[in-house]
Ligand binder design. Structure first.
Ligand code: DX5
Ligand code: ZN
Length: 220
C-alpha cells in the first residue's frame, strides 16, 4: 500500500493553528492526539479542538485517544466527524462493542498498543479494525526517540495482517524521522505519524515529501 504521512499537531504552534494546518496541506491525513493526564502524564486536546481542526482542514483526521475511559469518549470523536478514531486496547473495557458503535457512527476504527503491550492483545479484534497503531515511543510526548525493539513487532503485525488478507493499515507513532521511517516501512508499517519531523522543519511540505519518499523506497 502507498505509504501515508499523518502529521501530528501536538507540537504545532497552538496559537496559530490554522496556519499550522495550512503548512501540512500536502499530507495524507492529520493526526490529533487527545490526552487526559491520566492514561498518560500530559494533557492535550478534546472535542472542541477536533471541531476547530475539522473546520480548517480538508484532510481526513485520525484522532488518537490517550484517555482512560475510551468507551465513554471515542463515540464523541466519531460524531464530531473524525475519519478514524483510535483507542488504546489498554483503555477499553468492551472493544468489540466499541468498534461496532464507531462503525455505526460512520468512523473508521483504530486500536493502539503501548510499546510493551503484546500483539496478542488485539489479535481477536483484527477483523473489526481499519487501523492498527503500534506506538514506537511511550505515549505522552512528542520529540522522543524511536524504540528500535518495535521493529520486530511491526514485522510480526504485518505477517499477521498479511495472513488475513485484510485491508488493515498499520500505523506507527513516535520518533519517526527520515531514517527510522525507512526501517519501519521495511518492516511493514504503511501509515506514519510525524510530529517533530514535520513541525520542527522550516519547510513542512518538503519534510512530508522526504518522509514519503523514504518510506516508499523501503516499502514492499
Ligand atoms: C505521542 C503522540 C505522538 C506525537 C509524536 O504520544 O502520540 O502523536 O505527536 O511526535 P514525534 O513525531 O515528535 O515523536
Ligand atoms: Zn499520537
Amino acid at each position: 500500500m502507498t505509504p501515508a504521512i499523518h502529521p501530528s499537531i501536538l507540537n504545532a504552534d497552538q496559537a496559530h493553528l490554522a496556519a499550522e494546518l495550512d503548512r501540512v496541506s500536502t499530507a495524507d491525513g492529520l493526526h490529533v492526539d487527545i490526552m487526559d493526564n491520566h492514561f498518560v502524564p500530559n494533557q492535550f486536546g478534546g472535542p472542541g479542538l477536533v471541531e476547530s481542526v475539522l473546520a480548517h482542514t480538508s484532510l481526513p483526521v485520525d484522532a488518537h485517544l490517550m484517555v482512560t475511559d475510551a468507551d465513554r469518549w471515542a463515540p464523541v470523536y466519531a460524531e464530531t466527524g473524525c475519519a478514524i478514531v483510535t483507542c488504546h486496547i489498554e483503555a477499553t473495557a468492551a472493544p468489540f462493542r466499541l468498534a461496532g458503535q464507531l462503525h455505526r457512527l460512520g468512523a473508521g476504527v483504530g486500536l493502539a498498543l503501548r510499546p510493551a503491550t503484546p500483539l496478542a492483545a488485539v489479535e481477536p479484534l483484527l477483523a473489526e479494525l481499519d487501523l492498527l497503531l503500534l506506538m514506537t515511543v511511550e505515549p505522552g510526548f512528542g520529540g522522543q526517540s524511536f524504540l528500535e525493539p518495535m521493529l520486530d513487532k511491526i514485522t510480526a503485525a504485518r505477517r499477521l495482517v498479511g495472513r488475513r488478507g485484510q485491508q488493515l493499515r498499520i500505523q506507527i507513532d513516535g520518533g519517526v524521522t527520515e531514517q527510522t521511517i525507512a526501517r519501519a516501512a521495511e518492516a511493514g508499517a504503511d501509515v506514519f505519524v510525524a510530529g517533530s519531523a514535520v513541525y520542527r522543519s522550516d519547510d513542512a511540505a518538503a519534510a512530508i515529501a522526504a518522509l514519503r519518499a523514504s518510506a516508499a523506497a523501503h516499502s514492499h
